[in-house]
Design a protein around this ligand. Structure first.
Ligand SMILES: Cc1cc2nc3c(=O)[nH]c(=O)nc-3n(C[C@H](O)[C@H](O)[C@H](O)COP(=O)(O)OP(=O)(O)OC[C@H]3O[C@@H](n4cnc5c(N)ncnc54)[C@H](O)[C@@H]3O)c2cc1C
Length: 470
């Protein structure tokens, strides 16, 4: 059983003095203005208390030292990457120490022979991609937030993104981890061996655990040879349901794009307003389909995709003229959430369903929006059955928060009823804890609690995240 960590404010002073004495090299922030910058992640609606302090270690030994002292003083720890999370996973905890990994941001080794990179967790996803691209190699996991999220955060959330359809999620790219346990021990899991089934799979357990089971201080990640430049097709549909049908038609036609994204009408218009792309603003939905097959194979894949889309009812299709246009379209999709935020207070949700049930999920989203009198703009990684309905609140609506609560509740229940999930890539964090048992069931939740109790018996690792209160 996990001991609920008791926050004793007087313990904080002794703890900070111990860090100063035992780990004098660790930068420690305690000024309230500094702490404010580490309070939230991108879930702006959550209002966590400020942390006791923020530590910025530069080595694994320092992280282990901090955790040992935290265990001794019973101080909660919040691991933190770049703070771009959308479930409150890195939000601070009262009386807790936030450990920011952003100064542990070095690439330690690019191993061409074994096609792996060994990296510290604080490097940004885009920076890691650039570092390996300079060696002609490719790190696949590609969240839309690539420029503002860290590899540690990607591992913490098991981040997805735009090319999971072909290359898998973050977890699929991990072959080795170095972690610091809740007792402050340094443990290596896996290495450079790509096939390894010795014992229980601890790497897949820790990846996605949102800092509640261990702190990740180093990762060995799978690389690939750089794929050819992407060819891009846009297909515009008169209804959301027709676009959903096209997703199944693409699979049936044997097309395996690297990206298959959906944008609804509100998103198309908001993105077009921001980037002036000349999109069909009257379309109810658009699919963005990318292939990174070589030359003629990509052309063939896009021809098949075009035929599948037209067969499902697409009103028009267009192929990006060149690489620059394809890059511009992808970048606009990456920035879709920013475009949403100009429309009002936008809350990005993250439901997932089996791919074949996407049309039903889209119909449910339309129903919920109409029932609650809310604008919901939907985009997302539809090829994975993962949609991001963005609930947009009118800043002046006094009933806005209540409508939001009803809409998210209905959305989560709809996703579960369709055999899906309340979160496909952003995580349970704080914001979806109340729905974990509804989705997974009480027995699975009991197994999760047993794992937590075994790996963090004092309950100091990111308390209040992922698991609902017992
Ligand atoms: C505009 C926008 C677009 C986005 N698009 C995507 C997308 O396409 N796909 C996607 O999956 N997500 C997306 N996200 C969400 C977010 O970027 C990801 O969840 C990302 O993985 C978080 O990384 P971070 O470095 O910001 O982590 P943080 O937010 O700092 O932390 C995330 C979680 O990881 C834990 N953690 C961080 N570092 C460590 C560590 N070293 N050891 C153990 N645990 C750790 C934290 O405790 C927390 O629970 C998007 C966010 C925004 C704002």
């Amino acid at each position: 059983m996990v001991q609920p960590v008791v926050i004793d404010q007087s313990a904080g002073g002794a703890f900070l003095r111990a860090i100063g004495a035992i780990l004098p090299g660790v930068t420690l922030l305690t000024d309230p203005l500094d702490l404010e910058a580490y309070r939230r992640d991108e879930t702006a609606y959550l209002e966590p208390p400020p942390p006791l302090a923020v530590a910025l270690p530069t080595t694994t030994a320092e992280v282990a030292g901090l955790v040992r002292l935290a265990a001794e003083h019973r101080i909660p720890i919040v691991p933190r990457g770049a703070g771009s999370g959308l479930s409150g996973g890195a939000t601070s905890v009262a009386g807790g120490l936030t450990i920011s990994f952003m100064r542990m941001n070095r690439v330690l080794e690019i191993d061409r022979a074994n096609l792996v990179v060994v990296t510290q967790p604080g490097i940004l996803n885009a920076a890691l991609k650039r570092a390996v691209a300079a060696e002609g190699l490719f790190y696949a996991p590609d969240p839309a937030s690539t420029e503002i999220c860290s590899i540690g955060g990607n591992l913490g959330t098991n981040a997805g993104g735009l090319c999971c359809l072909k290359y898998g999620v973050t977890r699929d790219a991990v072959v080795g981890l170095e972690v610091v346990t809740a007792a402050g021990e340094i443990v290596r899991l896996g290495g450079k061996t790509t096939k390894d089934v010795a014992g229980y799979g601890l790497i897949p357990l820790i990846v996605g655990s949102q800092g509640t089971l261990a702190l990740i201080t180093e990762a060995t990640l799978r690389l690939r040879p750089t794929p050819p430049p992407k060819a891009t097709l846009l297909a515009f549909f008169p209804s959301l349901i027709a676009a959903g049908d096209a997703v199944s038609a693409l699979a049936a036609a044997g097309v395996e794009p690297c990206t298959l994204e959906l944008l609804d009408r509100t998103t198309i218009r908001a993105v077009d307003d921001d980037h002036n792309l000349g999109l069909d603003r009257d379309a109810a939905a658009m699919l963005m389909i990318e292939s990174d097959l070589p030359g003629a194979a990509a052309t063939r894949a896009l021809e098949l995709a075009e035929a599948a889309c037209l067969g499902a009812g697409a009103a028009s299709t267009i192929v990006a003229a060149d690489q620059a246009e394809a890059d511009m379209l992808r970048q606009a999709r990456r920035l879709a959430f920013n475009s949403m935020e100009r429309l009002g207070v936008a809350r990005m949700e993250d439901v997932g369903v089996p791919r074949g049930r996407v049309p039903e999920l889209l119909a449910e989203i339309e129903r919920i929006a109409a029932e609650q009198g809310l604008l919901i703009a939907t985009f997302g990684h539809v090829g994975d059955g993962n949609l991001h309905p963005n609930i947009i609140l009118d800043r002046e609506d006094p009933d806005g928060e209540a409508k939001l609560g009803r809409a998210t509740d209905a959305l989560y229940r709809a996703a579960i009823a369709l055999g899906g999930t309340v979160t496909a890539e952003h995580g349970i964090g704080v914001s979806r804890r109340d729905y974990l048992e509804l989705q997974r069931g009480s027995r699975a939740l009991a197994m999760m609690r047993a794992v937590k109790a075994a790996l963090d018996p004092l309950g100091i690792l990111n308390p209040g995240k992922v698991l609902p209160d017992a």
